[in-house]
Write a protein that binds this ligand. Structure first.
Ligand code: CP
Ligand code: NVA
Length: 313
């Protein structure tokens, strides 16, 4: 006989929206990681949690993982979603879009070019708004990634994540989330592609509270040495297609290949938000290696977003 496992209580998120990583308090972030494990282990206990509730999913840019994991997350929690692709705020003001969607659905998930679009939606919507990637942050990605690292290592505090590549949205969210969780974070970028000073300074303040070590440099080898996780992202993000040729030149010394991975700890994992451009930021051999955790990360997008929706709605 299978003994049912009682579903644990979890806190309701205090902030109305998840527009950026810091909308979750540290306590809520830790609770979310615990709830993710619970939801992943016992999905059946949450299968009616969002019954009768609906999500609006808005995409200004392409998506595989984020779109499908949000659609599945809502469905697996007993709700449903509608999707709209294309520019937000082209035909009518963003504030009007927000005040249409909040009449029909109970949460808005938006992938935008500009963080300002997410903030404007959140300002006008009476229902929660979730950032599904902007030019500044990819907070849902960071939740799944830190959960994945914890799954692989059993603990987070004191680990070292090395990020090699573009100091962009994914790196920003990881830097902030690692700093808060006491994970040492080292980033190596080419000159001119560093994360924004404002966001580095914010992460440094958070790191000071947890004792995490945070470094930003230009030397990929030194950055990766001794790392527990090596992370990279595409060299040209969505919307930067015209810069791709120049970026291929500038980022060439920052490819994650087997030589670079050999400098990390022997049991280090390789991480990537995906989609990956094999032969650019990472070699096929590294993505396909035993160290690669990329499909665990992709799987965990689903579980982490279910936990997020449960805590928000
Ligand atoms: N990692 C991620 O956000 O993937 P998609 O662009 O496919 O959603
Ligand atoms: N930095 C990438 C992440 C894709 C998930 C982009 O913004 O396109």
């Amino acid at each position: 006989m299978i003994t049912p496992v009682p579903s644990r209580a979890f806190p309701k998120m205090a902030a109305p929206d998840f527009t950026r990583d810091l909308d979750l308090t540290l306590e809520e972030l830790n609770a979310l990681l615990d709830l993710t494990a619970q939801v992943k282990g016992h999905p059946e206990q949450y299968s009616r949690a969002l019954a009768g509730r609906y999500a609006s999913l808005l995409f200004e840019k392409p998506s595989l993982r984020t779109r499908l994991t949000f659609e599945l997350a809502v469905k697996q929690l007993g709700g449903d979603s509608v999707v709209s692709s294309g520019p937000i705020g082209g035909r009518e003001p963003i504030k009007d879009v927000a005040r249409n969607l909040d009449r029909w659905t109970q949460v808005i998930v938006a992938r935008t070019f500009s963080q300002r679009t997410i903030d404007e939606l959140a300002r006008w919507s009476s229902v929660p708004v979730i950032n599904a990637l902007s030019d500044l942050y990819h907070p849902c990605q960071a939740l799944a990634d830190l959960f994945t690292l914890k799954e692989h290592r059993g603990t987070l505090a004191g680990l070292k994540m090395a990020f090699v590549g573009d100091g962009n949205n994914v790196a920003n969210s990881l830097m902030i989330t690692c700093a808060r969780l006491g994970v040492n974070f080292a980033i190596a970028t080419p000159r001119g592609y560093e994360p924004k000073t404002r966001i580095v300074n914010q992460a440094l303040e958070l790191a000071a509270e947890t004792g995490a070590n945070l470094t930003a440099a230009h030397d990929a080898e030194a950055t990766v040495t001794g790392a527990d996780a090596v992370y990279t992202d595409v060299w040209a993000s969505m919307g930067q297609e015209e810069e791709a040729a120049q970026r291929r030149v500038d980022f060439q010394p920052y490819q994650v290949n087997e030589q670079l991975m050999a400098l990390a700890k022997p049991n280090a994992i390789f991480m990537h938000c995906l989609p990956a451009k094999r032969g650019e930021e990472v070699t096929d051999a590294v993505v396909e290696s035993k160290q690669s955790a990329v499909f665990d990360q992709a799987e965990n997008r689903l579980h982490a977003q279910k936990a997020l929706l449960l805590m928000m709605l």
